[in-house]
Design a protein around this ligand. Structure first.
Ligand SMILES: [Fe+2]
Length: 521
């Protein structure tokens, strides 16, 4: 048996009296979570020698249970245990159990399970990262986001579970705390009241995680998750968290309870993971440090915002200064130390979505006070609302000759792909990176997109996108070697329970050239 130690969490901040109540285990479909380990197992990617294991005990079905046993094996047949232990379980963390196992070998899979109350959990697979200084020859990641339970079925997760992957990157909206998305599409029974307390946030996680396809994906692959807005509240920002601190803390606590993520520092979720000199992934938090939402919604509830100087003000931030400096330094360091592919796990789009271009010579002849990048944008909750910081990040890539950078993005409920230049109104500005926006697991695309697209596959945006699919759900698949990167969008109709994703487009990128070759299927 390898040397090891284990740590346990109760899910962040003190829980107080929030115990497992009589209604806590009820799903909208009715009835409690079945069994003892009814929500399955999950693992989190952590380091070259450590993995995070997760499960949840349905305490109502295991009265008197205070501990859970776990074991980790280096074979899928579970015949060789390399680490084992016992972890406490209680209502203080809603029955969620997390274990950090260390002393493991780098760059390999492990298989694990839990036992409690005479019951054994399903088996999950965990992975360690490659050792520092190693040179992996390949890496396969899925990236996904936005899984409104009510709005669709999880065929995308079923497909992810069947893939041969190193990990899954999840880019936010793991739950939807409020009901409006159900007005767009309601195919499954889900809560209609807002989640605004710890117990109601936990309810959402229990409901979503009860889905067998989502459970299968978690059991099959380690996950690297970050959050977006709906884990807390629609379009929230730092000001919201300051105004409603108890609600923010409850939302963050539930996320940490249900995600197989080992806390770094309080509610910090931004982090980086490295696969030797092949790739480094920078996972962003675009929510808890961002400045207050600005912008005049021209189209009312439909969104749409006119660019202004305020939105591009110097110092206006989505990342917050510490996270921004961490990202800038990390990207430069990755380049300097010979890391080939720099991936940014980016919850909201960084490519501009400008629907009406007003930054033209004709318009400037009429009104010299037009702001930079003048025009009507889809919205300003994305990086379009933080122009100064976007320029800073993309300019940093140019200034430090940081190459082979890809943004992997969620939020938009649309498949989109575009090159990123340091100034999208200057045709001579260099292209410094590429963005892949990987659709949504099940959430429908926005009403604005539907109306403005007029059923077309492509907006007439300025600048244009290389690819757009607003109608289908799915996810992105990334395959890396030292010489090339390919991204495939796998799309399906998530309104059908039996639907399976198929490749819709493939982007092939060679080292040193940010512009991929696009192959449509
Ligand atoms: Fe979403």
């Amino acid at each position: 048996m390898l040397g090891r130690r284990q740590f346990l969490v109760a899910g962040g901040a003190a829980v107080g009296a929030a115990a497992l109540g009589a209604t806590s285990a009820c799903s909208p479909a009715g009835g409690p979570v079945p069994g003892v380990f009814g929500l399955g197992v999950a693992s989190g990617l952590h380091s070259p020698t450590e993995v995070v294991l997760w499960t949840r005990v349905e305490l109502a079905n295991a009265p008197g249970t205070t501990t859970v046993d776990w074991e980790l094996c280096d074979t899928a047949s579970l015949d060789h245990v390399v680490a084992s232990g016992t972890a406490p379980v209680s209502a203080a963390s809603d029955g969620c159990v997390k274990v950090l196992v260390d002393g493991l070998d780098p760059d390999r899979s492990y298989w694990f399970r839990f036992r409690s109350a005479g019951t054994t959990s399903t088996v999950g697979r965990a992975r360690t990262l490659p050792a520092a200084g190693s040179s992996p020859t390949s890496l396969r990641l899925a990236f996904a986001a936005c899984q409104s339970y009510a709005s669709g079925f999880y065929g995308a997760w079923r497909d992810i579970a069947a893939q041969d992957l190193d990990a899954v990157l999840f880019l936010g909206d793991y739950i939807y705390e409020s009901f409006p998305i159900q007005l767009q599409r309601r195919l499954r029974d889900e809560y209609l009241e807002d989640a605004d307390t710890l117990e109601r946030y936990r309810q959402r996680y229990r409901l979503y995680r009860s889905d067998p396809d989502l459970q299968a994906a978690h059991a099959a692959h380690p996950i690297v998750p970050t959050w977006d807005d709906h884990e807390v509240a629609n379009d929230h920002d730092r000001a919201f968290l300051a105004e409603f601190p108890e609600r923010g803390a409850a939302a963050h606590q539930a996320w940490f309870e249900y995600m197989p993520v080992w806390p770094i520092d309080g509610s910090r979720v931004f982090r980086d993971l490295r696969w030797g000199d092949l790739a480094q992934l920078f996972v962003l938090d675009c929510r808890q440090y961002r400045d207050e939402h600005l912008g005049t919604a021209l189209l009312g509830l439909l969104g749409g915002t006119v660019m202004s100087d305020d939105l591009q003000a110097v110092g206006r931030t989505m990342l917050g200064a510490p996270q921004r400096q961490w990202l800038l330094d990390g990207l430069a360091s990755a380049q300097q130390t010979g890391v080939r592919w720099k991936l940014v796990g980016n919850p909201v789009m960084i490519a501009p979505v400008r629907l009406v271009d007003m930054d033209t010579p004709e318009m400037r002849a009429l009104d010299l006070s037009l702001p930079r990048h003048a025009g009507l944008y889809l919205g300003t909750d994305s990086w379009d609302g933080f122009g100064w910081e976007r320029d800073l990040v993309l300019g940093h890539l140019r200034d430090h000759s940081i190459t082979d950078v890809a943004f992997l993005t969620g939020d938009q409920h649309t498949f989109m792909a575009a090159s990123l230049s340091t100034d999208f109104d200057d045709p001579a500005a260099p292209t410094v990176a590429y963005e892949y926006t990987g659709g949504s697991i099940s959430s429908p695309c926005g009403i604005t997109e539907e109306l403005l697209s007029g059923g077309l596959e492509r907006y007439s945006t300025s600048p244009p996108f290389d690819f757009m699919d607003i109608h289908r759900n799915g996810y992105g698949l990334v395959e890396l070697t030292p010489d090339a990167m390919s991204v495939t969008f796998r799309a399906l109709d998530a309104t059908s329970p039996a639907a399976t994703p198929v490749p819709s487009v493939r982007f092939d990128t060679l080292v040193g050239d940010p512009q991929p070759q696009v192959t449509r299927y």
